[in-house]
Every structure is written in structure tokens, then in C-alpha cells.
Design a protein around this ligand. Structure first.
Ligand SMILES: Nc1ncnc2c1ncn2[C@@H]1O[C@H](COP(=O)(O)OP(=O)(O)O)[C@@H](O)[C@H]1O
Ligand SMILES: [Mg+2]
Length: 534
């Protein structure tokens, strides 16, 4: 569906500043819709032909809608938009006396001109019209609450026509909370409460105020309620600011273990400050959950930190042991274990620094890769390169994948570019067509290099580790061959990661390991640990 901006740019001559204002209206008009018990449609005049285009729509949460169908994108002319035309031309709110019918729904039409004030505060021109259409089928004698809502709605409607509603947005604030249904208090010009909705009354009760709000000086009450004088002053000042015609940011009041969010709005139809509207919402439960989440978050990070420390201790112990054993084979095995453990520690280190259970994997790969180059034979210097990006990976994938890459990178460095004496001593195989195509003195010809490349496509992560070394041994069984390293790789890729691996000789010599790992995984499968279909 087209956005408000697309529609306006395509069909109208509105300037960017006008369109921004329309966005502000659409960001804040749920309030007016709820107070009016009416649907609001934002209409803009189509360039030059007398028709109007609907660019946005909101339904009331307090009453039935007048429109079951979406109206955005409709272009209408003639009698149906006569009321919009009047409001647009004359710049005043227009109300139709007789109901109009949508199918079998009777509705009352109103049209509110939308003005954008000029930079120097003058009332500017009318740039659009808000249609306020009330479904009359359930209309009856309005209650006290309804009368108060409707009066306030009319004040806000006038302010849209004046260009003083919606107020400028404060950075970082979401637009819609608190809503009308959360709790509404209306103040007169002296700051005394003239009406409080039942929900508002309950919210104040949770803060410890049990009497009726009507007649109270709300700024003073806010200061009294908050035990902390600073915060009380904040929420109190916000009320005073709104009474002066300003639109202060939202404020919270903490009292008696409860928290209330408040939003104070000035009421100044036709430029006359007549009071303020204060929307309130009991957010005790939300704040409690926030705090619990923050604590949980910190705990998880702390645990990752400890796991990392413990793994590093294990690695250090194995390293000590490796130095003490005499048997070369045993030492090599212990040193391999050190690197395996250290690679897992890397993931936990990264997790201990992030706020969720996912990691930027590129940094981890780069560190594992640079550690792998250190095992290269002393006379060979192997270049490492990463192409593309792994992006952010969930913790479980990251832990397995880092072990896989560790093995593959070590193999590429160790076996692709063996020390010169080992290669010279190796039995030279009888020349085969495949061998003939391969460069013979690999170590001396191209610069030894290992490339890790990664990209995402169709919810899969594609990873290849390519070296330009001497390639896999003759008669190597790519499906089953190898020692512990490749066993670990296959087990993790096909098990834990539920992916595939293909180990083969590269097109231009060297070895290539291609891995494909699915990224969207079912939670239940993850819990049972069952391997997915191959
Ligand atoms: N990139 C590579 N280039 C050449 N040979 C490789 C490569 N990767 C694996 N191999 C071969 O596969 C064998 C098995 O590897 P692996 O299971 O990791 O055990 P290890 O590294 O302990 O020998 C290696 O000994 C080597 O012959
Ligand atoms: Mg190996």
C-alpha cells in the first residue's frame, strides 16, 4: 500500500513541510478520534481538479467505525466532498446537519481544515482537511464521560484548524501513549481538575491518592504525590507548562511502588488558553517487567563473561600440559584442544559484550582466522582474507560455526601449505590429468592465501573456506575421510547446524570447503535437538 508521502507527492502540489505536518497529524490523531468517537480521514485536494484524495485514516477505539472498508487512496469529487470543499475554501470547521448513509450505517460528516503555521507563528494556509465522520447507529444520550470527551475533541479540532495541534514531537517519544482509554484528566485555566475519567481516577489511587480529583490543583497534587521532590517537580512543571500553552515531554511519577506516565497537552482553541488535557497511564507493571528484563540481561552477560573466563582457564591448563609432555603427538593433540577451546571462548566473550543472544560474527571470524595463521609452518606466511559478511548470528549457530571454521582454517594453513621438507619428502604421485591441471610448486608460485567468504541468500548462510594450497591428498574420501578435525566439522554442520558441507578440490588447485546453513530454525526443533531433514 502507498504511504501518505507517496500519495501526497504523486497527486498533490503539497510542499515537503506540508507533508511533514500531515505526518504529525496522523501520528497524534488517535487521541482526537477516540475523544470524538469518530473515524478521521485525512483528505488532500488533488492538484487542480476539485477532487480530494484520502491519504490516511484512523478508527476510534472508543466507538464503532463508520467505515468497514479502507478509505486510503480513494479519490472523490462532487457532492460527496462538498463539506470538505467548504472547510478548505473558507478555512473553518464545517458540520453537516443531516446524517449521510454508508450502506445501512448513518453517519454525521464534519470537516476540519488543517493549517500549517508559518515560521513566525502566523496562521498559515489550509493544506488539507480532516473529515470527522461519526457512526450514528449506536448514538444515544451521551454520558458525562462522553460529553467531556466531545467537548475536548472540539477544542482539539479547533486547534487543528488553528495550526496548534498536534504539538511538536519530543525526540524519542512514541506518539500514541498514553491513550484516551488509559485515563484522561481535564483542567481549567487555573489548573483545577474539571473532569477525570474513571481510569484516571484509578491510576491516581494506585499512587496513593484516594479522593476525588475534581477540584484538585493537579500540578500541586503531582508534587505532593511523588516522594522524590525532583521528579514530583517534573510532573508538576509539565502541567504548569501545558497551562501556559506549551507542550512538555511526557513525565513519570513514582509513588508507593507504582509508576504513572503522564502527558500534558495545552488546550487553546482560537489561541485562547482555556486549560490543559492530561493523559495518564498506570505503567507499574511495564516498569516492573522492564527492570526484570534489564536485570536478566545483565545476568546473562555476566554468565557469558564467566563462561569465557572458565574456557580461557581450561585453555591455559591444556597449554601448560602441552609444554610438559614429551611425546610430540600428544603435544600436538593438546595444542589443538587449546585452539578449539579458545575459539568457543571467543563467542562467549562477544556475547558478554552484547545485549542480546546474537553476535556480530565477522569480528569473531577475523580473530579465529588470524589465530590460525600462527600455526603456519615458520617459513610459510599465509594471507587471510574475508569476503562478504556473516552478519548477526544467534548464539547457538555462532558457537558451532566458530568451531567449524576453526578446523577448516587450521587445515587450510596446516595441510594446504605444509613446511617445505614435508612436501619434498612426500611421495610424488603418478601424474594424472587432474594433477596436470594443478600448479606443481604451489608454495612458491602464487602467494599462499586462504579466503573465507560468506553471504546470505534465501534464509541460508553460504560460507566457503578456500585455499590455494596443494589440494586434498590423492584418493581422499571427501565424504568420510579425515581425522578428528573433519569429524568434528561434519558432526557440527550436519547435526547442530542442520546444514551441508562439500569438501572438494578447487577449480584452480587448492581446496575448497562449501557450507550451507539454514538460518530460520523452528524453536521446537531447537529444543528437542532433533536433526532436521537433510
Ligand atoms: N585444506 C586442505 N588442504 C589439503 N589437505 C587437507 C585440507 N583439509 C584437510 N586436508 C586433509 O584431510 C586430512 C584430515 O584433516 P583433519 O580431519 O582435520 O585431521 P588433521 O588435521 O588432524 O590431519 C588432513 O590430514 C589432510 O590430509
Ligand atoms: Mg585438522
Amino acid at each position: 500500500m502507498s504511504t501518505l508521502r507517496d500519495l501526497a507527492e504523486e497527486h498533490t502540489a503539497l510542499r515537503p513541510a506540508d507533508i511533514d505536518h500531515l505526518h504529525r497529524i496522523a501520528g497524534d490523531w488517535q487521541l482526537l478520534s477516540d475523544l470524538s468517537f469518530a473515524d478521521l480521514l485525512l483528505w488532500v485536494p488533488v492538484d487542480g481538479d476539485g477532487t480530494f484524495l484520502c491519504v490516511a485514516q484512523v478508527r476510534p477505539t472508543t466507538a464503532p467505525t463508520a467505515y468497514l472498508d479502507d478509505q486510503v487512496g480513494r479519490i472523490v469529487g462532487g457532492a460527496e466532498v462538498a463539506h470538505l470543499e467548504v472547510a478548505h475554501r473558507q478555512g473553518r470547521i464545517w458540520r453537516e446537519g443531516d446524517p449521510v448513509w454508508y450502506g445501512d450505517v448513518p453517519a454525521r460528516h464534519e470537516a476540519i481544515p488543517v493549517r500549517l503555521r508559518t515560521g513566525d507563528g502566523e496562521a498559515g494556509e489550509v493544506i488539507a482537511v480532516v473529515g470527522r465522520d461519526t457512526n450514528l447507529s449506536t448514538a444515544r444520550t451521551p454520558s458525562q464521560l462522553e460529553l467531556n470527551y466531545l467537548t475536548t475533541a472540539d477544542d482539539l479540532a479547533q486547534m487543528i484548524a488553528d495550526g496548534t495541534f498536534p504539538p511538536p514531537r519530543h525526540p524519542g517519544e512514541t506518539t500514541s501513549a498514553p491513550r484516551v482509554g488509559d485515563g484522561l484528566v481535564r483542567l481549567d485555566a487555573n489548573g483545577k481538575v474539571t473532569y477525570a475519567s474513571p481510569n484516571a481516577q484509578s491510576a491516581y489511587r494506585r499512587l496513593g491518592y484516594a479522593s476525588h480529583l475534581v477540584g484538585e490543583d493537579l500540578a500541586k497534587l503531582h508534587r505532593r504525590l511523588a516522594g522524590d521532590p525532583l521528579e514530583g517537580t517534573d510532573a508538576g512543571n509539565a502541567v504548569l507548562a501545558a497551562l501556559r500553552g506549551e507542550a512538555p515531554p511526557r513525565r513519570e511519577i513514582d509513588a508507593r511502588g507504582a509508576t504513572m506516565l503522564t502527558r500534558a497537552l495545552p488546550l487553546m482553541p482560537a489561541g485562547v488558553p482555556i486549560g490543559a488535557l492530561v493523559l495518564v497511564r498506570d505503567i507499574t507493571e511495564v516498569r516492573r517487567r522492564d527492570r526484570a528484563l534489564i536485570t536478566k540481561d545483565a545476568t546473562i552477560r555476566e554468565i557469558h563473561h564467566r563462561v569465557k573466563n572458565n574456557l580461557q582457564t581450561v585453555a591455559a591448563l591444556l597449554r601448560l600440559q602441552a609444554r610438559r609432555v614429551a611425546m610430540p603427538e600428544a603435544r600436538v593433540a593438546l595444542e589443538e584442544s587449546v585452539r578449539r577451546v579458545a575459539s568457543i571462548a571467543l563467542v562467549h566473550e562477544t556475547l558478554s559484550m552484547s545485549s542480546d543472544e546474537a553476535v556480530e560474527f565477522d569480528g569473531i571470524v577475523d580473530r579465529v582466522a588470524s589465530a590460525a595463521t600462527e600455526v603456519a609452518a615458520t617459513e610459510v606466511s599465509v594471507g587471510m582474507r574475508r569476503r562478504g559478511t556473516f552478519g548477526v548470528l544467534p548464539a547457538e549457530i555462532a558457537t558451532s560455526l566458530v568451531m567449524v571454521l576453526n578446523e577448516l582454517l587450521l587445515n587450510a594453513v596446516e595441510h594446504g601449505f605444509p613446511p617445505a621438507d614435508e612436501e619434498a619428502g612426500a611421495p610424488s604421485p603418478s601424474p594424472s590429468p587432474a594433477d596436470a591441471a594443478r600448479p606443481q610448486a604451489v608454495v612458491s608460485a602464487p602467494r599462499p592465501e586462504v579466503v573465507v567468504s560468506a553471504h546470505r541468500a534465501r534464509k541460508q548462510l553460504h560460507v566457503t573456506v578456500t585455499d590455494n594450497g596443494r589440494g586434498l591428498p590423492e584418493q581422499f574420501d571427501a565424504e568420510r575421510g579425515g581425522n578428528l578435525g573433519l569429524q568434528i566439522v561434519r558432526a557440527l554442520v550436519t547435526g547442530e547446524l542442520r546444514g551441508t558441507i562439500d569438501l572438494r578440490n578447487g577449480a584452480d588447485g587448492g581446496t575448497e570447503a562449501a557450507i550451507v546453513v539454514p538460518l530460520a530454525r523452528g524453536t521446537t526443533d531447537r529444543l528437542t535437538g532433533r536433526a532436521g531433514p537433510p
